[in-house]
Design a protein around this ligand. Structure first.
Ligand SMILES: [Zn+2]
Length: 334
């Protein structure tokens, strides 16, 4: 089976809106911006010293994304990028509280993003759902606020709560109560972990937050007991290999733990995480993993199937996406 990776239909679970402003989007938000200025301001260095330096590179996007129009333009731009990548189902994410500097209320922010997400994805013929993030440096009160937003908009396109940002410098303590409430309410929960910190952080996150998916989690291989737990509990890892190299979790792609995870039987998927900050499409990520880690086309298709299985899509969308993946596989085989 030989195929063009671009033409492969894809499912993506882990990609941040504020890390995915392409040049076309930024020019619409800030006229006069040159491509060179854009690259310098919005794309993080290929090798950051750590996750903290990488996260600082998101600030220019956040400066822009404080109005209704800017949020609409950025979400529309992101859906265009997903479509160009042949992503047919995506869960996109962001932290509503980071977009309130000019007076928008968090619920207004969520409504603007949901409305644009559905308008653009309908136009493009793809499916999208929204994940709301609380952040490591937030106080408990803000995390509870995000849980309330997830609960309030769960029938309108919001599918999960996520914990993101600086894993190395902020503990889980402030967020345990909020995740407990989310889990009690039956909401889906995810957390970034096992990226800037090791297997212990993955274990702690599973113990204290009871999530069903982990953003990254790639350092669980550092402790065989934690790796075994991830496999046995069916915890899906949203793996973002190039981003991990950029934040210096691994020195180069060929050193990534991806194959160790795959061989151990972890359910996992490939994702971009940060389309602009990492300067990456999902198609490029697939090609890099093929080249550096020897993934076959079947492995890549399996990534989308695993992602779909771990997704929070409604059953009718899961069925439709599964059929599209199967049709593609059949065409290629035929
Ligand atoms: Zn992320």
């Amino acid at each position: 089976m030989t195929l063009n990776v671009l033409s492969m239909p894809k499912v993506e679970l882990h990609t941040h809106i504020d890390c995915s402003l392409d040049f076309e989007t930024v020019v619409r938000l800030q006229s006069g911006m040159t491509f060179q200025d854009y690259c310098e301001a919005f794309i993080a260095p290929e090798k950051c010293t750590d996750l903290t330096q990488f996260l600082a590179c998101i600030d220019p996007a956040l400066v822009l994304l404080q109005t209704k129009m800017a949020l609409q333009i950025s979400v529309d731009g992101m859906i265009r990028q997903l479509t160009a990548d042949n992503v047919i189902y995506a869960e996109i994410r962001f932290a509503p509280h980071l977009h309130t500097r000019n007076g928008l209320r968090p619920e207004e922010v969520v409504e603007i993003v949901l409305s644009q997400m559905f308008e653009s994805s309908k136009r493009e013929g793809i499916y999208c759902r929204l994940i709301l993030c609380t952040l490591r440096h937030f106080k408990a009160e803000q995390s509870f606020d995000v849980v309330d937003l997830v609960a309030r908009y769960q029938t309108q396109g919001v599918v999960a709560l996520d914990l993101a940002a600086d894993e190395a410098n902020f503990p889980l303590d402030e967020h345990i109560g909020a995740f407990r409430r989310a889990n009690t309410l039956g909401l889906n929960t995810i957390a970034h972990a096992g990226e800037a910190r090791g297997a212990g952080s993955v274990q702690e996150t599973l113990d204290k937050l009871s999530v069903s998916r982990i953003g990254h989690g790639v350092r669980c291989v550092e402790d065989p007991r934690v790796l075994e737990r991830v496999v046995n509990d069916g915890i899906h890892l949203e793996v973002c290999p190039s981003c991990n190299v950029q934040t210096d979790i691994f020195s180069q792609l060929k050193d990534h733990s991806l194959n160790q995870l795959k061989d151990a039987g972890v359910t996992l998927s490939l994702n971009t995480d940060a389309r602009t900050t990492t300067n990456l499409s999902l198609t490029q990520e697939y090609e890099r993993v093929q080249e550096a880690l020897g993934w076959t086309e079947q492995d890549l298709l399996n990534s989308s199937h695993s992602a779909l299985g771990a997704s929070f899509a409604p059953d009718d969308i899961k069925l439709s996406v599964r059929q599209k993946l199967a049709t593609f596989a059949k065409e290629v085989a035929g």
